[in-house]
Ligand binder design. Structure first.
Ligand code: BGC
Length: 501
């Protein structure tokens, strides 16, 4: 088998857990936390192109846009607007780092509730914004909200899911992100026709926030988190609830207590422990995976598809149609991932998805270079625009079954209990930091590099696929508390972990 793709003999510990109605419902409710992140991703792009919104808060941008007569790659190049949109990511970055302490001290569930409430407050302030300060305060609160939930939810899902189906359950988070994106696109379509539409679009964010907060209030915390906080009786109840009343949970509970005690005995600061040599492989993954996820260029494709469609004269609704088509393809492909991630494994999906995205990015660059000319000023014909959309759909499917859901799954499943929240925090912080830097630069990049931008992302996709082949061990089916075995058997990482666990 390939160098990184050794077969791991799954540690047999007898508590693999079966799928119960309770665990399915609990995980669906928890995964709905993805709604608020998705809603924000979907709503912000549309709102920042609504003229009444720009007139009220960013009049200079509106003026510049109406005067601009540039090539098709440059029409939306505005630093002020991107700074506003990405302020959320800076707030989210700070919150995700704080969240590791909160999830350890208050539990995963309470951190999700806190995230939902903060997001709800931000949505209300944004919907009623009378001036730019309110808009920014609201946006920062939204950032805190997604910082908390994006940190706590994937960990929650990985800890509650039966190990054998952990991948499938965890993909639910990305699925709800996708539902949030598509719903927000549809809402923007309806509201864009009204002068107060932006208010409604921003204010309606309270709906997904209310749904996920109420959901989070109803579920119990993960057995792992309850054990860590010394609530052993509640942990047993929570285990029985998710594993089924006819299941003997003693072995699993004993294993959780053992891991928790080992972590506590070390008494070390998690942000220091995580930098120890033995956790180098884990740390590298928690940084590389979210960093690479953003360098797939998913957000530039999502942004560019509607612009391209408008520029070829598909009519006013074209932007929405392009966004919805991509959104639906993305949703469908996440379900494919749900179905195969625990059967064929994470590496298989990363490699298939990566290859597919690479081919599509190169093909899009070639079609654009051939049809719009090197400077991007030549008109692109409808037939070619449709070809580009088809390529983008194949690309979106590739992302949907690989880097989309797996970037939340991997960091949440590779760490030992004592540093799991810290690892997930670092991962979310890297995701937000990379999104921030790319969104600040990609419009300028598109304007200057033109079709070459797509080749830039293709290069990164090639690199990340090779990285997965060489360095990412297969984690499917391995119980969280036995995860050390995948590093011990890895051709490269074993030198870091041997003799340590
Ligand atoms: C990514 C976002 C992206 C979204 C698309 C998430 O996993 O982190 O940057 O916009 O997927 O659905």
């Amino acid at each position: 088998m390939a160098v990184g793709g050794f077969a791991v003999n799954e540690p047999v510990n007898g508590f693999n857990g079966k799928i119960t109605v309770s665990v399915v419902v609990t995980c669906i409710v928890a995964a709905s936390s993805g709604l608020i992140f998705g809603y924000d991703i979907g709503i912000s792009g549309g709102v920042t192109t609504m003229a009444p919104f720009l007139k009220k808060f960013f009049p200079s941008v509106l003026r510049k846009q109406s005067e601009a007569k540039t090539n098709m790659y440059c029409i939306y190049d505005s630093q002020v607007l991107t700074a506003f949109t990405s302020s959320l990511y800076i707030a989210g970055l700070a919150a995700s780092l704080v969240a590791s302490r909160l999830t350890a001290a208050l539990g995963r569930k309470n951190t999700m509730v806190l995230g939902g409430c903060t997001f709800l407050a931000g949505a209300a302030i944004n919907g009623g914004a009378a001036n730019i300060s309110m808009l920014i305060v609201g946006r920062i609160l939204l950032g805190f909200g997604v910082g908390f939930t994006n940190q706590a939810t994937p960990v929650y899902l990985s800890e509650v899911a039966p190990p054998k189906w952990r991948g499938a359950f965890n993909t639910g988070f990305q699925f709800f992100i996708g539902i949030g994106v598509v719903s927000a696109n549809c809402i923007n379509f309806g509201t864009a026709k009204h002068t107060w539409g932006w208010r409604l679009s921003l204010g309606l964010a309270i709906v997904p926030a209310a749904i996920m907060t109420m959901g989070a209030l109803l579920i119990s915390d993960t057995p792992t988190s309850l054990v860590e906080r010394g609530k052993l009786e509640q942990a047993r109840k929570s285990l029985i609830k998710v594993r089924g009343s006819d299941t003997n949970v003693d072995a699993e509970l004993a294993e959780l207590i053992k891991s928790s005690e080992a972590g506590k005995a070390a008494q070390a600061e998690p942000f220091v422990t995580i930098f120890e040599r033995q956790y180098k492989p884990h740390l590298v993954m928690s940084i590389a995976i979210p960093f690479f996820q953003q360098l797939t260029g998913i957000n530039i494709i999502a942004f560019y598809a509607p612009v391209l469609f408008q520029s070829v004269g598909f009519g006013n609704d074209s932007a929405l149609i392009a966004a919805i088509i991509l959104g639906l393809v993305n949703l469908g492909s996440i379900l494919v991932s749900t179905g195969v991630v625990d059967r064929y494994g994470r590496r298989f999906l990363f490699i298939v998805g990566g290859t597919q995205m690479f081919i599509c990015q190169v093909a899009v660059a070639c079609v654009l270079a051939a049809t719009t000319g090197v400077s991007g000023t030549k008109h692109i014909y409808k037939g070619y625009a449709i070809l580009v959309l088809v390529l983008m759909c194949i690309y979106a499917a590739g992302f949907g079954w690989s880097w989309g859901p797996l970037s939340w799954l991997i960091p949440s499943e590779i760490f030992p209990m004592k540093i799991r929240p810290t690892g997930q925090s670092i991962s979310v912080a890297v995701n937000f930091a990379t999104t921030f830097v790319l969104s600040q630069t990609f419009l300028t990049m598109l304007c200057h590099f033109k079709y070459g931008t797509f080749l830039f992302y293709a290069g990164w996709i090639a690199m990340m696929t090779i990285f997965v082949v060489l360095f990412l061990p297969e984690t499917k089916g391995i119980p969280l508390d036995s995860m050390y075995s995948v590093w011990e058997r890895h051709w490269y990482w074993r030198r870091f972990v041997q003799g340590q666990v």
